[in-house]
Design a protein around this ligand. Structure first.
Ligand code: SAH
Length: 400
């Protein structure tokens, strides 16, 4: 067992660790060992010296994130153990199938690997570090992935420029290979989700290149799309658009402010429906598009904007943004329409989001009912001890 420098907690501050909350705030720390560097592995001790587990040190309001609530050596074997458990869960969930190979394999705290995200797209893994410790562990993570997945894994990409704390100044370059070989062939960069095909751009795409977290919600939309005119706002790689076409939508319009997203959406539509004339993609700002009455022609609208609040201070402004966006859609949609509306801001609670959408509905003075309350899928698990892991919220509304 490797011996790690000890972080001691103040008296009475061990409570949340004993309840298996994986974060220790800086106010709970009595003393830090001298010379501790960000990302170092530490042993956590209660004020009376009782060992509480193994974690890593971080600069900022969260001082320690826990790897384990017991004494552990943090090495490739440890990552193998955690990743194998994560893979077992995904297999049990039925997500590793012939017709589905895009999934989140590691979801940070929910898989007991705080600060680490791994998405799997067929034979390619994309690793994302949200903390300096996970950045420093990236090679051990890649080695563990190779060990657990064996021949099923051809390449491991590392993509953390957008997620590492700015202060970390790690000089991390984005989209480089941690292991395996560059994926060259066309087939290699196409992933399958519920039988539908998506090209993933692991080098330049946002986050890990594709949002796997909307899988179940897209599938729900597919069930309602028959004969509808669908507007997919903030389409990114066109997930909802492809499902809408698969569900028999009459017409689909995809909107995004990024020209690259518009291209990717067009490409993914062509990949699944080479000859369709039911789809168009438009480069536009969502607010402006809706302000000009853009929702008038559509009886199924998706609003899936980026996280408006990246931290707590931005919540009030984010809520105003959600209210405004939803109001602009609800005001113009014809009677009998469906609205799929989402927030992926972790800092915005489910209740706050619902209140923002309620405010939007109330302003339009229309009759609006909630048909479904949506969340993130099962490959984005939330530790019951860490409610902060819940971030995706959605409502399906019926507008009369
Ligand atoms: N629904 C997508 C994910 C959306 S991510 C999916 O299922 O994969 C958010 C998207 O919103 C990004 O593609 C981003 O380019 C786009 N975006 C950000 N600000 C926008 C704005 N003001 N108007 C339109 N699109 C915007």
């Amino acid at each position: 067992m490797t011996h790690y420098p000890a972080v001691s907690l103040k008296r009475g501050k061990e409570e949340s660790v004993l309840r298996r909350h994986p974060w220790i705030f800086s106010g709970a720390v009595k003393s830090l060992p001298p010379g501790l560097a960000e990302g170092d592995t530490v042993s956590v001790l209660a004020s009376d010296g009782t060992p509480l587990g193994t974690g890593y040190y971080q600069i900022g309001s969260i001082a320690v994130r826990m790897y384990s609530f017991s004494a552990r050596t943090i090495d490739t074997a440890f990552f193998c153990h955690r990743i194998a458990a994560a893979l077992r869960l995904r297999r049990a969930l039925g997500l590793v199938r012939e017709d589905n190979n895009a999934l989140r394999l590691v979801h940070g705290e929910g898989d007991r690997l705080p600060g680490l995200v791994v998405d799997l797209f067929g034979a390619t893994a994309v690793v994302q570090a949200h903390t300096v410790a996970m950045h420093r562990q990236r090679q051990a993570v890649a080695d563990a992935l190779k060990d657990v997945l064996g021949d099923a894994l051809h390449a491991v990409y590392y993509k953390s420029e957008g997620t590492l704390p700015f202060k970390a100044n790690t000089g991390a370059k984005d989209g480089y290979l941690l292991g395996g070989e560059e994926e060259g062939g066309e087939a290699d960069s196409v992933a399958l989700e519920n039988g539908l095909r998506f090209r993933i751009d692991w080098l330049e795409g946002q986050k890990t290149g594709f949002f796997v977290d909307q899988r179940d919600n897209r599938d729900l939309l597919r069930r309602y799309a028959q004969g509808r005119n669908v507007l997919n706002m903030c389409c990114y790689t066109g997930g909802f658009s492809v499902y809408a076409l698969a569900g028999g939508a009459e017409r689909v319009c995809s909107v995004d402010s990024s020209s690259r997203a518009v291209e990717l959406t067009d490409e993914n539509v062509r990949l699944n429906f080479p000859d369709t004339d039911r789809h168009e993609a438009v480069e536009a700002d969502a607010f402006r598009f809706l302000q000009d009455g853009g929702a008038k022609k559509y009886d199924l609208v998706v609003l899936d904007p980026p996280a408006f609040a990246k931290h707590r201070d931005a919540v009030p402004q984010a809520l105003r943004g959600y209210t405004r966006l939803n109001e602009l859609a609800l005001r113009h949609m014809p009677a009998g329409s469906l609205l799929f509306t989402f927030s992926c801001s972790q800092a915005v609670s489910r209740q706050q989001f619902r209140l923002a959408v309620f405010t939007a509905a109330a302003r339009t003075r229309r009759h609006v009912s909630i048909l479904h309350q949506l969340t993130q899928p099962a490959d984005h698990p939330v530790s019951i001890y860490h409610p902060e892991g819940e971030y995706l919220k959605g409502l399906v509304l019926y507008v009369e």
